[in-house]
Design a protein around this ligand. Structure first.
Ligand SMILES: NC(=O)c1ccc[n+]([C@@H]2O[C@H](COP(=O)([O-])OP(=O)(O)OC[C@H]3O[C@@H](n4cnc5c(N)ncnc54)[C@H](O)[C@@H]3O)[C@@H](O)[C@H]2O)c1
Length: 342
């Protein structure tokens, strides 16, 4: 069997799951190595997953001649630079979202990819979720007519520790969380966002403002072809991990997502209980597996990745506009392909 030699960079919560999926559940992948700035942690993960090699960083891992592709799952801040380095070494890349934290870095990364003639997929795994994928098929088949309204909610369960804000390793909420909804906003509506207007709050945790972040946000969207939308993000919903989306069309509507972890209700004399989804790794477990499987298949069969670098750039552009709108307290237009104007 033809196999894709792949190395995983950054084996924290997300990267470890990717490495495990590739190692155990994607027979066409050969996980040659894992690498992490915490070299001892990389060694442990390699040992647990029975992966032969581990390294303390990307450059060292790239010396391994068996590597054809790199999966990047470091914190957001390092994505663009790692894409450039892996591309210049001639490797195909699957990079976690976001592509970068600003447009200049994103463009530099995409230029490196294009110059090196390698391929880049961005980790918008919701496109691989069975619910979202089924919704897209029906939208493409015209079943709800012309999309008119996009609505999406993304709520994390637990309050992030202040150290997560202090470390400054990941982008603020629009880059780290809402970016998934910005991608869905383009993909499901088959249209581009032309204007955003953001509203944010830190009212229940004012100290977050010190780190340039917010606790909750809503972003209103205007589309080029006249549709409208709204995206809400909330990082401390307490009750569960709650991701839901609705696309309303001229002939009907599609609702994706449910609060329930499993289709089961437990009934006793005290009443009924349903287990709620609590975390992305469980809610999107099928999507993460389908995502890496599709990446491996695309690379082995010389197909362009299904979620491109341009998709990464366009979602990032909406995030940049949303942040600008929040800082300036005005609507922000997204003018040309990736241009912004106040
Ligand atoms: N697609 C999704 O649903 C999803 C979900 C969670 C996280 N993510 C993304 O995945 C990335 C990682 O998130 P996480 O939750 O796993 O974080 P994490 O903090 O759990 O893990 C990050 C790992 O990267 C390592 N690291 C840090 N800097 C490095 C560097 N320069 N080179 C090599 N290794 C480095 C750290 O030691 C750590 O092991 C983030 O970009 C995040 O936005 C995506």
């Amino acid at each position: 069997m033809k196999k894709l030699g792949i190395g995983v960079l950054g084996v924290g919560e997300m990267g470890r799951r990717h490495a495990e999926n590739l190692r155990r559940l994607v027979p066409e992948a050969w996980v040659v190595a894992v690498a992490d700035a915490a070299a001892e942690h990389a060694r442990k993960v390699a040992e647990e997953l029975e992966i032969e090699n581990s390294y303390g960083g990307l450059e060292a891992m790239l010396q391994n001649k068996d590597l054809q592709a790199v999966l990047i799952a470091t914190p957001d801040k390092f994505h663009a630079e790692a894409i450039g380095i892996a591309a210049r070494a001639g490797k195909d890349i699957l990079c976690e979202k976001p592509l970068a934290l600003n447009i200049a870095d994103a463009r530099a990364a995409l230029e490196a990819v294009s110059k090196a003639h390698v391929r880049l997929q961005i980790g918008f795994m919701r496109r691989y979720d069975p619910g979202y994928a089924a919704a897209m098929k029906r939208i493409e088949a015209g079943e709800i007519g012309t999309p008119v309204i996009f609505k999406s909610v993304g709520r994390d369960k637990d309050e992030p520790p202040l150290t997560a804000y202090q470390s400054n390793l990941n982008g603020m909420v629009f880059y780290n969380n809402t970016i998934h909804d910005f991608d869905l906003a383009r993909w499901l509506m088959q249209d581009e966002v032309s204007e955003v207007h953001s509203y944010t709050t830190v009212a229940i945790r004012p100290e977050v403002a010190r780190y340039g972040d917010v606790v909750a946000s809503v972003v209103n969207l205007q589309y080029r072809n006249g549709a409208i939308g709204n995206v809400e993000s909330y990082v401390q919903a307490v009750y569960g991990y709650d991701v839901r989306t609705e696309v309303v069309g001229s002939k009907g509507s599609i609702l994706v997502g449910s609060l329930r972890q499993a289709p089961a209700t437990f009934l006793t004399a005290q009443g009924g209980v349903q287990t709620l989804a609590d975390q992305f790794l469980t809610r999107f477990q099928d999507a993460y597996l389908a995502e890496v499987r599709d990446f491996v298949q695309s690379m082995l069969n010389d197909r362009p990745p299904r979620v491109s670098g341009q998709d990464g750039l366009k979602a990032l552009t909406i995030a940049v506009a949303a942040e600008k709108s929040y800082l300036q307290k005005t609507p922000v237009k997204i003018t040309a392909e990736v241009g912004l104007s106040a």
